[in-house]
Design a protein around this ligand. Sequence first.
Ligand code: NAI
Length: 326
Amino acid sequence: MSTPLKVAVTGAAGQIGYSLLFRIASGALGGDREVELRLLEVTPALKALEGVVMELDDCAFPHLAGVEIGDDPKEVFDGVELALLVGARPRSAGMERKDLLEANGAIFTAQGRALNDAAADNVRIQVTGNPANTNALITAANAPDIPRDRFSALTRLDHNRAIAQLSRKTGVPAHDITRMTIWGNHSATQYPDLFHTLVDGRPATELVDREWIESDFIPTVAKRGTAIIEARGLSSAASAASATIDAARSWLFGTPADDWQSMAVVSDGSYGVPEGLVSSFPVTTGGGSWSIVQDLEIDDFSRSRIDASVAELQEEADAVRSLGLV
Ligand code: NAI
């Protein structure tokens, strides 16, 4: 019998947490392996989190080995093998970008240090909380003993959204669509690239035209989060939780042969993305490792879109550097 997989979730009493915890506890992440949840919240939210834990208890999940909650990152991260950093400071009315980066900088600086001191040697860290790429950059910079390739930021939701749009357009089920790519930042500048995508084994570009790609597909995927807020009055939560699990599961257990996932990782300079930026790439994953898919042909159209998103990442990185956060 293997030991339980120790998974930390931050922001556990939030919207995404309310969907994420129950899916993890039901086996969506670890399969038959037991899971121990370590849940971090700010002190005022601990009471609400206690209620969530009561509900987890009441599900009597067979693979849930235990749940611990707390407001001290070092205690909560003790021995964790997977840290899903979901909690973040949202932008409030009138808040400047600099203030947002600073507020999140404080959270992810502290969590990076705590992970550095307390997490298991084999820890993998995946940031969902926005601005996710830059929060991952800050976390990594503050955890010098953890190798750079253990940090990622979530662009799997954008990846899944892109597959969903293409599936709808072509009438082919989502599971027959492979090799989708999101490049760059998890923001409106992201570039969903279907020029290497296969739809039931056929190039997507044989089934959709350039006009649809430029005027419909790219803006719909990039602005999907806003469309959901307008419709629901709240930001996407269940789909974000689902993508958080998809990405972590692929990272730990592997992408299928002949497919890849989009994942924001610390750039090694591939595709001209400056080394050190946390940018989304097509990656193959498995056994807790990833590698960027190499040698994809990038035409001028794709190049300019990738460059625009990477320029935004560079600006964010420069801003947090000037604040002394990295
Ligand atoms: P929410 O506001 O419902 O929950 C966030 C939770 O984080 C709150 O309970 C809050 O108390 C907690 N929190 C704040 N600071 C914390 C800290 N220092 N330590 C631990 N917990 C802390 O937000 P929701 O909807 O659950 O979203 C969470 C984050 O995920 C947001 O930043 C959101 O923008 C981001 N997001 C990212 C997506 C992606 O694809 N990367 C998609 C959707 C949301």
